[in-house]
Design a protein around this ligand. Structure first.
Ligand code: ADP
Ligand code: MG
Length: 694
């Protein structure tokens, strides 16, 4: 239950005086449904009303405050023309211009002969000096009411500054004094005001500097939001941990055999992360660990080793992947690596139906399957393990957070290892994975040459085809990627098919394969398999191959319409090559003219292959909201915190949340109470419900 003290803030914006359904809708679109959303709608600019020149000295376009005398009223002859009021001071005259004006109102506020203080923007039209719709008109004895500076808020079409301003004031008036949830020493150290104080000050900036991210009021509010986020994640994690785990250690027999079979030694990075993972598994608590490693860093074999540990201790392992193609590939890889090991590996995807599916489920329930690879199909309710000890989720960013939590339920105490190549800057990853322990897989397997990356306009397609021809003649294999976006699916598919046709003409139709989301899984498999073994030399594909596909012999990656891809996607795609020992190439084909952002993206791709650097740049170019189509991947949408500017606070918030829960795990003390209010304020009630007395 939301604490009563917050009720006023969670009233709809239409509860404000003067905000009807129409205005309410506009505000809702701009900031959100409730008054609290208006509170989070902070100003981005300032109007300074302290500039008080004479009429003659008022510059064109400037916002000025003038002291004038009202000389004449000119009501318009027709409704379409403006109402003008001529005014003057000792240096010159100025016309106040009003469209759709109420004559009564103007006569009352600007009586003939009266002195008035007016503030607004000056416009010069030939010899005439005008001020259209002054923002403020006041008699001199009420001069004190004129704000020295005024905040400017972001607007939306159809919504003007004045009513929004009034609504924000109205919302702020409802903001109660809340119990302090921050540690007093921390507040003092930062010189931060109370929550309400910070909120008011943030809405009444007196200088440009007061609107920067490093302003103390803004930092305080940002920290509140970050703490709510981290606390919520920590609570989720505590709840998960409360369910006891199991000790998984095993005798090492399978892992030793695997090591003997592998054609290579594990890299130092791989050994390091395996150490983290295995010691987690050996503890009687549940593991919830994120393994982050750039594309091609070798996460699969790490996962396999962990799964073997589970099997050694007589449990089962699940290996979740986002695509059918990837599940086939993993089956292939794992089966090869484990060919001399006494274990059973099976696959379950949406394709398994009817009897065969029943048979697999039966085997799984009886414990006749040790490692179960699968797609979303594994989430289905009737999939029951005999004894699921470890769940590995590959390419986690393709799954929603809910699914992640769901799968953890398949085995009452199953350890969970989540893997992602999607490089997310550390601070940002904390906001999503803050409930997990994180291992970073550094480095790549030895002998990798950096991929030679070039950008080429589509108009030079012939040269590209000739280049691919040379590579293929020298025994190479090439991916040729065409974009596919949902809104444009039909057109895009047609383009991919057309490219396939054109390349087939050049290279011979038995040399060029095609995979995209709309061909049957059987044809997809066949096309992949033919490419993997080298029967076909070129694979035309939409982004279905983006994730995880591993064909070390492929050394050329052509990306058509590179300008339509995001940085993270380009990085993933390029990661498909450069996996063998040979020099690989990535050709980014773009349509001209190239927009500014696309140009920047392509430049970054050419400059670096460091996934984290690319992620940082991506963030800079796109902003957090858009990164990875973040909404469904569970990124919080921050209103006050800026993941770049407030990085330092993010780290403190994480530690703070841990400290808080180590002292008061159920948020029962006085501060705990205030922290519950904080969670509700930022609408993290789901986390509060995890508290035992929630
Ligand atoms: P990702 O982290 O992107 O999932 P993979 O697990 O697909 O990467 O590994 C990429 C390639 O590197 C595979 O071909 C794999 O066999 C190879 N590989 C993994 N570990 C090593 C190693 N220690 N030495 C050499 N090659 C390795
Ligand atoms: Mg992988």
């Amino acid at each position: 239950m939301r604490p009563e003290i917050l009720f006023p803030l969670f009233k709809p914006v239409t509860a404000l005086k003067g905000v009807g359904p129409r205005l309410g809708q506009l505000i809702e679109r701009l900031s959100g449904k409730n008054l609290v959303d208006l509170c989070w709608h902070l100003p981005t600019g300032l109007i300074d009303r302290r500039f008080r020149p004479t009429v003659a000295a008022a510059p064109d376009g400037a916002v000025v405050t003038l002291t004038i005398t009202v000389d004449e009223h000119h009501p318009p002859p027709s409704r379409r023309l403006p109402y003008k009021v001529n005014c003057s001071d000792e240096t010159g005259s100025v016309s106040l211009v009003f469209f759709n004006a109420e004559a009564d109102y103007l006569e009352k506020t600007l009586p003939l002969g009266a002195k008035r203080l007016i503030s607004g923007q000056i416009g010069h039209y030939g010899a005439e000096i005008q001020m259209p719709h002054p923002d403020h008109i006041l008699p001199p004895d009420r001069a004190a009411e004129l704000p020295a500076v005024e905040a400017i808020y972001p607007l939306t079409t159809g919504l003007t500054a004045k009513p929004l301003h009034r609504a924000v004031r109205g919302a702020l008036d409802q903001a109660p004094e809340l119990p302090e949830w921050q540690d007093p020493a921390w507040l003092e150290k930062n010189n931060w005001p109370s929550w309400r104080g910070a909120l008011f000050s943030a809405h009444t900036p007196d200088s440009q500097a007061a609107m920067e991210a490093d302003d103390p009021n803004r930092r305080r509010l940002a920290y509140d939001e970050l703490l709510a986020n981290q606390l919520a994640l920590a609570l989720i994690r505590h709840a998960a941990r409360r369910r006891a785990g199991r000790i998984i250690s095993g005798d090492g027999s399978l892992r030793r055999k695997l090591a003997a079979t592998l054609p290579y030694m594990l890299t130092e990075g791989q050994q390091e992360v395996l150490h983290d993972i295995q010691s987690d598994m050996a503890k009687p608590m549940r593991m919830l660990r994120l393994l982050q490693g750039d594309v091609g860093s070798g996460k699969t074999v790490v996962a396999l080793t962990a799964m073997l540990a589970a099997v050694e201790s007589r449990g089962q392992a699940a290996f979740m992947v986002p695509t059918e193609i990837l599940s086939r590939q993993h089956l292939e890889t794992l089966t090869t690596f484990c060919k001399d090991l006494p274990i059973r590996i099976q696959i379950l995807t949406g394709r398994n139906k009817g009897r065969p599916r029943q048979a697999i489920l039966e085997d799984l329930a009886q414990g006749r399957i040790d490692i179960m690879i699968g797609t979303h199909a594994l989430f289905t309710e009737d999939v029951v393990f005999k004894d699921l000890a470890l769940t590995v989720i590959d390419e986690q960013h393709r799954f929603g957070v809910h699914q992640r939590l769901n799968l953890g339920d398949k085995g009452a105490a199953s350890d969970v290892l989540v893997m992602t190549a999607t490089p997310i800057p550390r601070t940002l990853s904390m906001t999503v994975y803050g409930d997990m322990d994180i291992s970073l897989l550094h480095g790549k397997p030895p002998g990798r040459e950096p991929v030679d990356t070039r950008s080429i306009p589509l108009s030079r397609l012939d040269q590209v085809v000739a280049g691919v021809r040379r590579a293929v003649d020298n025994g190479a294999r090439a991916f040729w990627v065409c974009p596919l976006v949902e809104e444009n699916e039909q057109l895009d598919l047609a383009a991919a098919k057309e490219r396939h046709g054109a390349l087939a003409q050049v290279f011979g139709s038995d040399q060029v394969g095609l995979v995209h989301s709309r061909i049957s899984t059987k044809d997809k498999d066949a096309a992949m398999a033919a490419f993997v073994v080298g029967e076909t030399k070129i694979l035309v594909a939409t982004t279905v191959i983006e994730v995880g596909v591993d064909v070390p012999e492929a050394t050329t990656m052509v990306i058509e319409h590179a300008e339509r891809f995001g940085l993270a996607q380009l990085h993933q795609l390029r990661g498909r090559v450069g996996r063998g020992g040979q020099q690989s190439h990535c050709l980014l084909l773009y349509a001209e003219p190239l927009g500014e952002t696309a140009r920047a993206r392509i430049a970054i791709m050419r400059e670096t292959d460091d996934g984290f650097r690319i992620a940082e740049e991506d963030l800079r170019l796109r902003g957090t909201g858009e990164l990875l189509g973040t909404r469904q991947s569970g990124f919080p949408n921050f209103r006050l915190a800026d993941p770049m500017a407030h990085q330092d606070l993010m780290e403190v918030a994480r530690d703070d949340a841990q400290l808080i829960l180590s002292i008061d795990p159920n948020l029962e003390g006085l501060r705990g109470d205030a922290l519950r209010t904080l969670l509700y304020l930022f609408e993290r009630e789901a986390a509060v419900k995890l508290l035992r007395s929630g």
